[in-house]
Design a protein around this ligand. Structure first.
Ligand SMILES: [Zn+2]
Length: 357
């Protein structure tokens, strides 16, 4: 009797397994058949009852965002999952979104983790390892980071000391490279050893990067890097140049609707190249391969312009006035044939007047 019950159980199990395999196969095929994904990566900071900066959200505001994601069918995935799924885009859920929390504020343990658990969401936390040497009232402790990690959250690096990575100051080449390596490789190593996890991604402090910083991050072993340049991410995106939307506390459901509805404006950047260190004020040149975009809105620093392409299909923009030295981001917006709002951006580092080595 017991024997036959067991066999019966095994029989039921096999049927169930077959059903599950079919269901999975159909789901994968269904997802692959849909349009290319435009995946938002959102960048949050502290979550505290009395905000002192526009980057602080109240717990109620964050929960309103979570409710919005839930009722609009978004599935939060981590930055590590984004990297994993991009190799096989059929693995992406129908409406993926990546939630990231920067800096290691205490509130990530007291407010954010409980909310993530309540909604069954995943997120990535970017930690700079010196934070855990600071005040326990203000910053996470190692035990709390451990608990966040063990709750299934993804931990990424935000360097050792949260510096301006592009600021070389008075360091010579050798000193600068050694310093970059310390900030990038050491933070990864400390997090991996303390938490017994693999740290796959880096969020640039203040969103600052250039080609030397990027090269150093790749050498340090990161599989993905995130800026705070505006735009969405398609699975085929360069994983070393992922874009994130900086979240501020004035963003209600209406701004969420707009942000999440945006799509990638397909750009072919001609000049200045993304990440480049530029010595003379550049002429901005690019093409777009997005169909039916025939005029775009460009924004750099305090300048804005509506541009039409020349006879070669190239958009040209000469910055009419002075450009501040430092990190500069070019944002391009346009509408496609279906009136979708499309967006992309890239950055360069402007160091005027210095001679090229
Ligand atoms: Zn930060």
């Amino acid at each position: 009797m017991i024997h036959s019950a067991k066999r019966y159980g095994l029989y039921l199990f096999s049927i169930l397994a077959v059903i599950l395999i079919f269901a999975a196969a159909f789901q994968i095929r269904g997802a692959a058949g849909t349009n290319e994904k435009n995946i938002p990566i959102l960048c949050y900071h502290r979550v505290i009852p009395n905000p002192t900066s526009s980057y602080d959200l109240t717990p109620e505001q964050l929960e309103a965002h979570f409710q919005y994601f839930q009722s609009n069918g978004y599935t939060p995935i981590t930055a590590s999952q984004f990297l994993e799924y991009r190799k096989k885009p059929a693995l992406f859920p129908q409406k993926p979104i990546v939630l990231t929390f920067d800096d290691g504020s205490k509130s990530h343990y007291t407010q954010v983790l409980p909310l993530l658990k309540k909604y069954g969401f995943k997120a990535t936390f970017y930690i700079f390892t010196n934070a855990m040497k600071g005040s326990k009232e203000r910053w996470l402790t190692w035990d709390e980071v451990q608990e966040i990690s063990q709750a299934g959250m993804d931990i990424g690096s935000h360097t050792v000391s949260h510096p301006y990575l592009t600021a070389r100051d008075k360091m010579n080449d050798e000193q600068y490279q050694a310093w970059l390596e310390k900030e990038l490789a050491q933070s990864k190593k400390i997090l991996e050893e303390k938490l017994k996890i693999s740290v796959n991604t880096l969020a640039y402090p203040f969103g600052l990067y250039d080609n030397e910083v990027e090269a150093a991050a790749i050498r340090a072993g990161y599989k993905g890097m995130l800026s705070i340049n505006m735009g969405l991410n398609q699975p085929r995106e360069n994983p070393f140049r992922l874009k994130r939307r900086l979240m501020v506390n004035s963003m209600g459901p209406k701004s969420l609707t707009n942000i999440l509805a945006e799509k990638v404006l397909d750009l072919e950047i001609l000049s200045p190249a993304d990440t480049n260190i530029v010595r003379a004020k550049p002429v901005i040149r690019f093409r777009t391969n997005t169909p039916a975009v025939n005029a775009v809105r460009l924004e750099i620093s305090k300048y804005q312009a509506t541009l039409k392409p020349d006879s070669q299909g190239i958009y040209n923009y000469e910055i009419p006035g002075k450009l501040r030295a430092g990190f500069q981001t070019i944002i391009i917006r346009g509408s496609d044939a279906d009136k979708n709002s499309r967006l992309n951006s890239w950055s360069f580092y402007y160091k005027p007047g210095e001679t090229t080595e």
